[in-house]
Ligand binder design. Sequence first.
Ligand SMILES: Nc1nc2c(ncn2[C@@H]2O[C@H](COP(=O)(O)OP(=O)(O)OP(=O)(O)O)[C@@H](O)[C@H]2O)c(=O)[nH]1
Length: 340
Amino acid sequence: MKLSPRLLRKALTSPAGASLKTRAMLLMLSVGLSGVGLASLIRSHHEASLGTDQVLGMALQDLLLVLAVGLVFMLLLENALLRPLRRLAEQAHAFDPTQPPPSWLEKQDGGPRELQQINQAFERVQQSMGAQLRREQNRAEQLRLEVEQRSLALEQARLALESAQRELASLSRHDALTGLANRREFDDALRREFKRAQRQQGLLALAVLDLDHFRAYNEALGREAGDAVLRQMAQLLADRFKRDTDLVARLGGEEFGVLLPGCDRDQAQDLLEQLREALAALAIPHPKGSATSPRLTLSVGLAVFRPAQTYLSPQALLQAADEALYVAKHAGRDRLSLAA
Ligand SMILES: Nc1nc2c(ncn2[C@@H]2O[C@H](COP(=O)(O)OP(=O)(O)OP(=O)(O)O)[C@@H](O)[C@H]2O)c(=O)[nH]1
C-alpha cells in the first residue's frame, strides 16, 4: 500500500484546474487505501499465526467496505455540495450585473448557510455594480449629448465663418454702395482680358463713365440723393452689360468703368450711347446742371484694343480711355469721346 501517500499528495496538490469531485475522490481513495494498508499491517503483527492468504482476504474485505462507504459518501457529497457548487460556478461565470439576479439565486433560501452567504454576496455585488453601471451609463449619455451640442455649435460656427469669409471676399472685390465690382476687381479683370486680347489678337473695349457736375448735384440735393443716383446708374449699367465676359465696376466717386471683351469700337460705342440715352430717359433733374440740360448727364471716354490699334499695356489702354473722357468733359460734357 505504498501508493496511498502519493495519492494523498496528488489529491492535495492536484492541478489547479482539477474539479472538487476529482480532488475528493483522490483524497478518499488515498485515505481508504492508507486505512486498509494500516489495518492489514496491524493485523499481520498481532495475529502472526494468520496466513498471507487470510490477511489478503481480510484486506480485500476492508477495501470493498472502504469503496462502498466512499461511494455513498461521494453520492451524498455530490448532492449536498458539489452540484450546487457547480451550478454556482456556472452562474458566477455568466454573471451580468446589468441583468436582474438569476432565479436560482432567489431560490437559495433553504440551502446551506454558506451558499446563502454566497447568494447574498452576489446580490450585494450585483446591486452595487448595477448602480455604478447605471451612473456610468447616465454620465455617458450626458457626455454624448454634450458632444452632440458642441458639434452642432461647432458646425454653426463653421458655417458662420464660411459665410463671413464669403462676405469678406465679396466685400474685398465689390463696391458696398452699388454692389458692382470695385476698382481692384476691375484692374484684375483688365490685366486678364488685356493679355487674352494680346494673345488672341482679339478685341477689348474699355470705357470710363463719369456723371457730370456731380459735386453740384450732391451740394444741391444732399449726399443721400447722390448715393441714390449712383445706385440708379449702377443698375442701368448692370442691366445693359450682361454678357458673361462683360464687367462693370465703380472705379471711385461718380466714376464707373466698363470692360467689354470681344467688342469692337462701333458695337461698344452703340451700347454706350444707348446707355446715355437710357439715363437721359430717366430725366433725373439736376438743379445745377448745365443751362442746356437741367438733367443729370454722363460723359464717356472709350478706348478699344484691336489688331489695328494695340496698346502696350492695360494701363495704357485705361489711360487712353481716361484721356478720351477728359476730352468729352472739356468738349461740354454729356457725350462720348473716342480715344485717338
Ligand atoms: N453721394 C456721393 N457722392 C460721392 C461719393 N463719392 C464721391 N462723391 C462726390 O462726387 C463728387 C465728384 O466731384 P468732382 O470730381 O469735382 O466731379 P464733378 O463735380 O462731377 O465735375 P465733372 O466731373 O467735371 O463734371 C464730389 O463732390 C464727391 O464728394 C459717394 O459715394 N456718394
